[in-house]
Every structure is written in structure tokens, then in C-alpha cells.
Write a protein that binds this ligand. Structure first.
Ligand code: AMP
Length: 448
């Protein structure tokens, strides 16, 4: 089995670790990227998370790092990540794949004391993994010299752009030796990202593992019309959670951090096993909630985009978009949490009357129409008439919205909507326990 990896030029120590972990053959991006990285090429990798992208640079870096030693405050390699979670995850990957290497790893992220991080830097880091802001803070305090960096990895570059990190990256690149090797990964390649690569990479080889902006065929995607009021949206969401087939665990995405907190509280109140992950939480709580989710201690993770981008959470069976994402690329990233490695995944997006433009942008980006589920009962009269008009004005969309006819039925039912919604809530309450079996006692306490 290790032959599959040895053929790519990886060292003995590295292939032994891969064998121990149990990988049988390299993923597509690994098969393409690893030999090029070992041959010291600059690389542009267009790949989404879930493709095995992290190992595609970590494994060859481990092989290359076997020659040489780190000096105090002068890291040999630098990996830039847009969020603390991603940085921590890459750090974990180095520990896992580097089990046979005695390498010094340093993780520079916010929320951890400078003193601790300085101690590690002083020991000499073979691999420095950092978010751009924290790295520059250390540099400006004089704790770090970047003149001995042999390999620079810029990961999730499109996310860096969204988060406003491009000026920081440009600055960091000027602090590095010009003869370094640069590996650049991004799920999408907007113009601003393309121009970064022409500025900072030398004769790069570009590889792309799946069509840009595509969504995996293994994901069953659906749209659901819902009312705009938060209570209506929450009821629609619970309805979908309860109806979901084979739900093992789920991530629910909200556009705003505030809504992550509100929705989590509401789900807990309804006895669902849920936890929140958003950028305003301290590092310790974020790590803890992620661990709980990975270990199935909680079933539902309610998250914002920034917090959840690129997280390596295997086997997510369902993704729910509580809010339709306003950036179409975020849709691709969000639903990429499910349907990984050939497994079937489900992605359901709640759509209010105001979200139509976002859905159109998403469908344009992914190059296909997403089917509609039958209407939720959580629409008021005004919202129903909006969808009715929408269907008349745009017959071509109507054809795609295979369940659009349902608004008529829903309208007829609207008279006793309140009653039905109440009934429905009763059913949901009753079914919540059955759905998730054991719910930890601490989740059952009443939440204000
Ligand atoms: P990534 O795209 O880096 O987020 O990786 C996605 C998942 O694929 C992670 O859970 C990895 O552990 C897993 N993975 C990476 N490489 C392989 C491989 N060659 N075979 C099987 N699983 C892999």
C-alpha cells in the first residue's frame, strides 16, 4: 500500500506514518502536488477542502524538512492560514503525519500568550503555522526573523481575501527570501487572487482537482421557502431537522454571529443537542466545542462562515443554511462540509422572499439549479404572494422550482396556519428526544 505514496517521492518516515494512519492511495490533489513540491516547484493548487489538500503539502514538506535544522527565531517553513481553527488544524496534521519526525512546530495564533509562543520560537521552529495578524505582531516585536524561510504556504487564499488579509500577506512576502518555494492554495480564483500569484510566485505550476466552484455530486441539495421572521425561520429549520433522513450530525450556518448565539439557545431550549462556533468566542471555547462535535458529544454545530471555513470534520451528514449565504462562494464552502469522500450528504438552504438574488448567484456559480422542497408552513400571506408573483414573472425559474405549485396549497391552508404551526411545534417537541436518543444532561437545563 505504501508503494502508492513512495512512488510520489515521499521519504520512508513519511510513508510509514501514512501507512499507520491507514491511507491506501493518494487523493487526486496529493498525486499531482506531492511530486511537484518535492521537485521544488512553486505551485498553485485550486482545490476545495475535503480533497486531501492539507496532506498534499504537509507530506512533501515533512520529506523536504528531513535535511537541515532550525535556528532560534528563524523558522524554516511558514504556513499562513486565515483563521485560528484552520491554523490549529494544520498544526494537528503536522503532528499526525510527522509522528516519525522530530520536528519543532510553532503555532502563532491570537488568544494564546506571546510569551509561550516566544519560547517555542526561541527553540527554533522547523514549521511555523500562523494567522497573518499574529505573525506580523511577533515580527514587529522583534521576536522573529523570516530570512531563513525555505517554503511558504498560503492556504485558503480566497478566504484571506474575504477577510481583508491581502495587505498583510503582501507585507509578509516582502520579508521572506526571494529564493523560497511558494505553495498557494485556493478554492476559487477571483482576479485579485490571480494577481497575487503573479506577484509572489515564480513560474508556478497550476493544478486543479475539481471544476472550479463545483459542488460534489454526492450532495443532495435542496431549497426551502420560509418566512422572514426569525421565529418562522427557526420553526422551518426544526421541521427540516426532524424530517431529515439518516441525520447523524449537522452543521447549521448563519450569516451573523449574533444569530449563531440566538439560534443555538433556541435549539437547546427545544432539547436539541447543539453548540455554537463563531469568531467572537474565545479560543478555548471554540476548540472545546469543535472537539465535542468531532466526538459526537453534540449533534448540531451552529456556525458562522469564518469560524467554520475549511474545518476538517469528517462525516457530516447534513448541512443546513439557516441564512442563504450572501456570497455565492460561501455556499460552495458550506455545503462542502458534507458529501465527502463519496458519501451521500444533504444540504438544505432556507430561502426567504428577500434571498432570491443570492440563490440566483449561487445557481450561476455552481452551474445548475437547485430543486425546491415543498413549501414550509412558515410563510405569511405577504410572503406567499411574493413567491406567487415571483413564479408568474419568471416562468423559466418556475420550471426549475419543481414544487412551486405548493404555494397555492399553502395559501389555502393559510387560514388555519397558526393552528397548524402550533400543532407542528408540538410534534417537533415530542420528536426531538427520539431523534437524537441520549441528550447530555447539561443540554437539558433550561436556557433563558
Ligand atoms: P482536507 O482536504 O485536507 O481537509 O482533508 C480531508 C480529509 O481527508 C481529512 O479527514 C484527511 O484525514 C483525509 N485524507 C487526506 N488524505 C487522504 C488519503 N490519501 N486517503 C484517505 N483520506 C485522506
Amino acid at each position: 500500500m505504501t508503494d502508492n505514496f513512495t512512488r510520489l517521492g515521499l521519504s520512508d518516515k513519511t510513508t510509514k506514518a501514512v501507512a499507520k494512519i491507514g491511507y491506501i492511495s493518494p487523493t487526486e490533489i496529493q498525486a499531482q502536488a506531492i511530486p511537484l513540491i518535492i521537485d521544488k516547484y512553486d505551485l498553485i493548487g485550486i482545490a476545495q477542502t475535503g480533497t486531501g489538500k492539507t496532506a498534499s503539502f504537509v507530506l512533501p514538506m515533512l520529506t523536504l524538512l528531513e535535511n537541515g535544522r532550525a535556528r532560534a527565531r528563524m523558522p524554516r517553513t511558514l504556513i499562513l492560514e486565515p483563521t485560528r481553527e484552520l491554523a490549529a488544524q494544520v498544526h494537528e496534521n503536522f503532528e499526525k503525519y510527522g509522528m516519525n519526525h522530530k520536528l519543532n512546530l510553532a503555532l502563532l495564533i491570537g488568544g494564546v500568550s506571546f510569551e509561550e509562543q516566544n519560547k517555542i520560537l526561541n527553540r527554533g521552529a522547523d514549521v511555523l503555522i500562523a494567522t497573518p495578524g499574529r505573525l506580523l505582531d511577533h515580527f514587529e516585536r522583534g521576536c522573529l526573523l523570516l530570512t531563513k524561510v525555505e517554503i511558504l504556504v498560503i492556504d485558503e487564499a480566497d478566504r484571506m481575501l474575504d477577510m481583508g488579509f491581502v495587505p498583510d500577506i503582501e507585507k509578509i512576502c516582502t520579508l521572506l527570501p526571494s529564493n523560497r518555494q511558494t505553495l498557494f492554495f485556493s478554492a476559487t480564483m477571483p482576479e485579485e487572487i490571480r494577481s497575487l500569484t503573479s506577484k509572489f510566485l515564480k513560474n508556478p505550476i497550476e493544478i486543479e482537482v475539481s471544476k472550479q466552484n463545483s459542488t460534489a455530486k454526492t450532495i443532495e441539495q435542496k431549497l426551502l421557502k420560509t418566512g422572514e421572521k426569525p421565529a418562522q425561520k427557526r420553526a422551518s429549520l426544526r421541521e427540516q431537522i426532524d424530517k431529515a433522513k439518516d441525520l447523524q450530525n449537522a452543521i447549521i450556518f448563519c450569516n451573523r454571529k449574533r444569530d449563531v448565539a440566538i439560534l443555538t439557545r433556541s435549539l437547546l431550549r427545544h432539547n436539541y443537542s447543539a453548540g455554537a462556533l463563531h469568531g467572537d468566542m474565545d479560543q478555548k471555547s471554540r476548540t472545546q466545542i469543535l472537539e465535542d462535535f468531532k466526538k459526537n458529544k453534540i449533534t448540531i454545530l451552529v456556525a458562522s462562515d469564518v469560524a467554520a471555513r475549511g474545518l476538517d470534520i469528517p462525516n457530516v451528514s447534513h448541512v443546513f443554511n439557516y441564512d442563504a449565504p450572501t456570497h455565492a462562494e460561501d455556499y460552495v464552502h458550506r455545503i462542502g462540509r458534507t458529501g465527502r469522500a463519496g458519501r451521500t450528504g444533504y444540504a438544505i438552504t432556507l430561502v426567504t422572499a428577500k434571498d432570491d438574488k443570492y440563490i440566483r448567484a449561487i445557481e450561476k456559480l455552481i452551474g445548475k439549479n437547485i430543486a425546491w422542497l415543498e413549501n414550509s408552513l412558515n410563510l405569511d400571506n405577504k410572503e406567499q404572494s411574493h413567491w406567487q408573483k415571483e413564479a408568474k414573472i419568471k416562468p423559466e425559474r418556475k420550471a426549475n422550482q419543481n414544487n412551486n405549485f405548493a404555494y397555492a396549497k399553502t395559501k389555502a391552508k393559510a387560514v388555519d396556519k397558526t393552528k397548524k404551526t402550533n400543532n407542528q411545534n408540538e410534534i417537533i417537541k415530542k420528536s426531538a428526544f427520539g431523534k437524537f436518543g441520549h441528550i447530555p444532561a447539561f443540554l437539558l437545563r433550561s436556557v433563558k
